[in-house]
Ligand binder design. Structure first.
Ligand SMILES: CC(C)(COP(=O)(O)OP(=O)(O)OC[C@H]1O[C@@H](n2cnc3c(N)ncnc32)[C@H](O)[C@@H]1OP(=O)(O)O)[C@@H](O)C(=O)NCCC(=O)NCCS
Length: 159
């Protein structure tokens, strides 16, 4: 594994899809489970782009659905690595709805996922450091470190 740093932009990933009736409830709202699936997939792509190493999802912090995404809307899922630790990374995933005819966008969910390296033989690889060259990147990194401290404290307490 390279020890060369990677920037948040190196892992940035965006997925756009149109919400179809099969992915919605009878009220025409996209299913929460569908959104969670896309969050996991797009988050995993960002994690792998940062590490280029096999990884598994270890944790998803509290997830809220702030506004419905309706059938016919675009669902946009973006992800970037916000923290790189020893063998794990934190990925921030944001979900937006976009009205296809007006372009109106709303943030509908924010999720923080932790991915851990796991080779076929069970070994762990160390992850490349995350570079933070702008004030915004430095703030994101500090926030990721604060969230990790809470996560590890809660993990020690158990479920
Ligand atoms: C995730 C998993 C590999 C962790 O294994 P473990 O032996 O408990 O992990 P360790 O104590 O060695 O910690 C390894 C890293 O994971 C992190 N980690 C483990 N569990 C975590 C959790 N619940 N939340 C946040 N970080 C976690 C640790 O902080 C450590 O990171 P660091 O090296 O950057 O400090 C293991 O629990 C597992 O395989 N879970 C199932 C994963 C899965 O099936 N996911 C869905 C499909 S991808």
């Amino acid at each position: 594994m390279t020890s060369e740093g990677r920037a948040p932009a190196d892992s940035y990933t965006e997925m756009v899809q149109v919400v179809l009736p099969n992915d919605a409830n009878p009220m025409g709202f996209v299913l929460g489970g569908h959104v969670m699936h896309q969050i996991d997939i797009v988050g995993a792509i960002a994690a792998h782009r940062h590490t280029r190493c096999p990884m598994v999802t270890a944790a998803v912090d509290g997830l809220q659905f702030l506004h419905p995404i309706l059938v016919g809307d675009l669902m946009i899922v973006t992800a970037r690595v916000t923290g790189a630790f020893r063998t794990s990374v934190e990925v921030e995933v944001e979900v937006f709805s976009e009205r296809i005819l007006t372009g109106e966008r709303q943030l509908t969910s924010v999720a923080y996922l932790t991915f851990v390296t796991l080779e076929q033989d069970g070994a762990r690889a160390t992850v490349p450091p995350l570079t933070a060259d702008t004030d915004e990147d430095r703030q994101r990194l500090a926030a990721a470190e604060a969230r990790r401290a809470i996560r590890l404290r809660d993990r020690r307490r158990g479920p």
